[in-house]
Design a protein around this ligand. Structure first.
Ligand code: SF4
Ligand code: SF4
Length: 184
């Protein structure tokens, strides 16, 4: 059986030499490889690494747990009665958070929980070094989620041409002048 004749290269240079030239060119270029973990990566501050919980802001409203597509947020709470502050006033009820946990082995980092929280209790932290040898340890309970708050970057500064936030405008408002007393 006849073997097909090899096609000559278009430039007349044997393929092996072209390959070696490409290798030599690549070796001369600076490398972009990050030597992690010796050199930490420079991640954007808004990277989605881990979710942090600001416990004091959580009202146990369950909105995040209901919206989570993976059902990986677990919340337990109970109601507490706050006595009336004035004689004849009414008692009030408030939710007390007993448990708040996120299972990061199920979480798909979609960020819906952070977006829907109406009370600013959940934040993204760029921290990502929390791999575990046992998958069950990826269930972060309230205390651990709270510890991530220290790694949450401060919010970006407002655009200098943007309107003043309503809260700041209200705080800077001059106090009302006292009403003149009625004459008898
Ligand atoms: S990031 Fe998405 S999947 Fe993860 S806990 Fe929040 S809502 Fe659930
Ligand atoms: S984290 Fe936010 S959305 Fe979730 S239960 Fe607490 S207050 Fe509600």
């Amino acid at each position: 059986m006849n073997t097909p004749a090899k096609k000559p290269s278009a430039t007349g240079i044997p393929g092996i030499l072209k390959g070696l030239a490409t290798t030599a060119r690549t070796m001369a270029r600076p490398t972009h490889t990050a030597e992690y973990p010796d050199a930490p990566p420079h991640l954007p501050p808004r990277s989605r690494g881990v979710i942090a919980l600001l416990n004091e802001n959580c009202t146990s409203c369950m909105l995040c747990a209901r919206e989570c597509p993976d059902w990986c947020i677990y919340i337990d709470s109970h109601k507490e009665t706050i006595p009336a502050t004035t004689p004849g006033g009414r008692e009030r009820q408030r939710n007390v958070l007993d448990r708040f946990a996120i299972d990061f082995s199920l979480c798909m980092y979609c960020g819906i929980c952070v977006e829907v929280c109406p009370f600013d209790a959940l934040f993204w932290s760029p921290e990502f070094e929390y791999a575990e040898l046992d998958i069950r340890d990826l269930l972060h309970e309230k205390d651990r989620l709270g510890q991530w708050m220290a790694t949450v970057p401060p919010p970006a500064a407002l655009d200098e041409r943007s309107a003043e936030p309503a809260e700041v405008a209200a705080a800077n408002k001059p106090p009302r002048a006292p009403r003149p007393e009625r004459s008898a």
